[in-house]
Design a binder for this molecule. Structure first.
Ligand SMILES: Cc1cc2nc3c(=O)[nH]c(=O)nc-3n(C[C@H](O)[C@H](O)[C@H](O)COP(=O)(O)OP(=O)(O)OC[C@H]3O[C@@H](n4cnc5c(N)ncnc54)[C@H](O)[C@@H]3O)c2cc1C
Length: 486
């Protein structure tokens, strides 16, 4: 069922067992799982079915530190959330991303990749994905990995009819959950703003904020202010360990054989380091995006190389002849170490229309990250040269350690951390089941629970974790129903 207003929903008398806040990929995946188990669930979505400037305004905020996107540009506040403009790149985080690494502070999850692997078949259905192929080691240091360019499912469009037809899901649009209320051991209700007024408190047995990788922190920080710490009783890490995937053009390559690697549908291939290389170089995970250049770009690159690297230019002209099309630009995106001093805070000065503090995001790249970028490109260049696949030119600003360019992509629009998963309540917010430490009935969905970021785009992993959380909640709700009957 879909309700355009909260008042319509309230009049329906629908009694949810769980309230999900937000209708992006995480919220819709969890709701569908519960509905399939016959459990009534409400999704409260702040926006309407389509984009509006009024709703988007609530996402404004400020950033302190490195240059970043405007916070109302890097996300979308309406049905389907950011899936309305995601690019559809898919890959599940690597096994190594879940493991603790002695050389990366605060690394490691309390779960392993094997814990989400049972959900891979479901993910393929949800995201309309082909099966992934295994990584291929092209040297001891470098893996040829796969990112699938999927049809970029818009969750609102794909699941709207199914939700509308479902008697177990009430999707309530134009319904802003301003804060959760709690007594330090459980959430007691969600305060609702809709149709220009305070609508009071909505209740259910369980609550699951799925408001995105920035907004989950904001909602819980503000809820804690309102309830005097009663929603996140162990809040030392709340908003902290926030991460992105910085992304920049890092260099160019001339290949001997354009068919050396199978390119995907958009003439791209991806490369990442082996675990051994990461450990030896004390760097983090990275992804090199190899984009084939059109002929004129290849000619330009050869001319450049002839000036600055005559030996390489000679190798190129000997080996290539007329096959100048096999040149590539390299974009590098990399893992950020989870650091407490990258964090989401409530602004002391900026408030939204309802007087709720906007986000102040504190975000900086670290020295270890520059090393990851530089060493990553060097390792890739070494592999290409040793195998005689090609020659790589690292961009001057990377080699020289100059400041990051400000006229490039900057990052991936991937908002991770803030309510990270862990066993220790002093450095994490949710446990291995995505339940907030110390709270009986509060769970979190989405990439805010990521303990590390890995190098790949987050949504495939978000959906896998959401499917897992859906199963967990269905089992818990089922158990409490049995106990009630017994
Ligand atoms: C330009 C761009 C390109 C991207 N490309 C890729 C890609 O190629 N691959 C990839 O894996 N990822 C990509 N992403 C990231 C991807 O879109 C997100 O990871 C994903 O959408 C997150 O899903 P979510 O459900 O956690 O949150 P969101 O999609 O952000 O959904 C959150 C929902 O909560 C609602 N909401 C917020 N606050 C409240 C509130 N207080 N009350 C009620 N409702 C609320 C919002 O309106 C929204 O519908 C991209 C993102 C952007 C911006």
């Amino acid at each position: 069922m879909i309700f355009e207003t909260y008042e319509g929903y309230r009049a329906s008398g629908f009694q949810p067992k769980a309230i999900i806040v937000g209708s992006g990929p995480a919220g819709i995946t969890i709701a569908r799982k519960l509905a399939r188990a016959g459990i009534p669930v409400a999704i409260f979505e702040a926006g309407s079915a389509d984009y509006t400037d009024e709703s988007q305004d609530f996402y404004k905020g400020t950033t302190v530190g490195d240059p970043y996107f405007d916070l109302d540009v890097t996300r979308l506040r309406y049905l389907g959330g950011c899936s309305n403009h995601w690019a559809g790149w898919c890959r599940v985080m690597d096994a190594v991303d879940f493991e603790p690494k002695a050389w990366v502070p605060n690394s490691g999850w309390p779960i392993r990749r094997a814990d989400i692997e049972p959900y891979l078949d479901e993910i393929h259905d949800i995201l309309d994905l082909e099966p992934f192929r295994n990584d291929v080691a092209i040297s001891d240091d470098i893996r040829w990995v796969q990112l699938i360019k999927s049809p970029a499912v818009r969750f609102g469009e794909k699941y709207r009819d199914e939700i509308d037809a479902s008697p177990a899901i009430a999707l309530v649009l134009n319904t802003y959950v301003t804060d959760l209320q709690g007594d330090g051991s459980k959430v007691t209700g969600a305060r609702i703003w809709s149709a220009g007024k305070d609508q009071g408190i909505a209740t259910a047995d369980f609550y699951v904020p799925c408001t995105g990788g920035l907004e989950n922190s904001r909602l819980l920080l503000w809820s804690n202010v309102q309830s005097n710490g009663g929603v996140v009783p162990h809040a030392a890490a709340l908003g902290r360990y926030w991460m992105e995937h910085p992304q920049f053009e890092g260099g160019n390559v001339i290949m001997r054989n354009p068919d050396q690697f199978e390119m995907d549908a958009v003439s791209e291939a991806f490369f990442s380091p082996s675990r051994e290389a990461m450990e030896r170089e004390q760097i983090m995970n990275f992804g090199i995006r190899f984009i084939q250049m059109p002929y004129h770009g290849a000619k330009w690159l050869l001319a450049e190389l002839a000036c600055v690297a005559p030996e390489t230019a000679e190798w190129v002209s000997e080996g290539l002849g007329a096959r100048l099309r096999c040149a590539a630009q390299l974009y590098v995106g990399w893992e950020q170490a989870p650091r407490a001093d990258n964090f989401v805070a409530l602004s002391a000065t900026e408030r939204d229309e309802l007087g709720i503090p906007r986000i102040e995001l504190h975000w900086k790249k670290s020295e270890q990250e520059h090393r990851t970028l530089l060493q990553g490109l060097r390792l890739f260049g070494k592999t290409l040269a040793e195998k005689d696949y090609g020659r790589l030119r690292i961009a001057d600003w990377v080699s020289n350690g100059d400041p990051y360019p400000t006229d490039q992509e900057l990052a991936g629009h991937h908002h991770m951390g803030g309510t990270r998963m862990g066993d220790d309540p002093t450095t994490s917010i949710v446990d291995r089941d995505c339940r907030v430490h110390g709270m009986r009935n509060l769970y979190v969905g989405g990439s805010s629970v990521f303990a590390t970021s890995g190098q790949c785009n987050p949504t495939t992993t978000i959906v896998a974790l959401a499917a897992r959380l859906g199963d967990h909640l269905a089992a818990r709700i089922g158990q409490s129903a049995m106990l009630d009957k017994g």
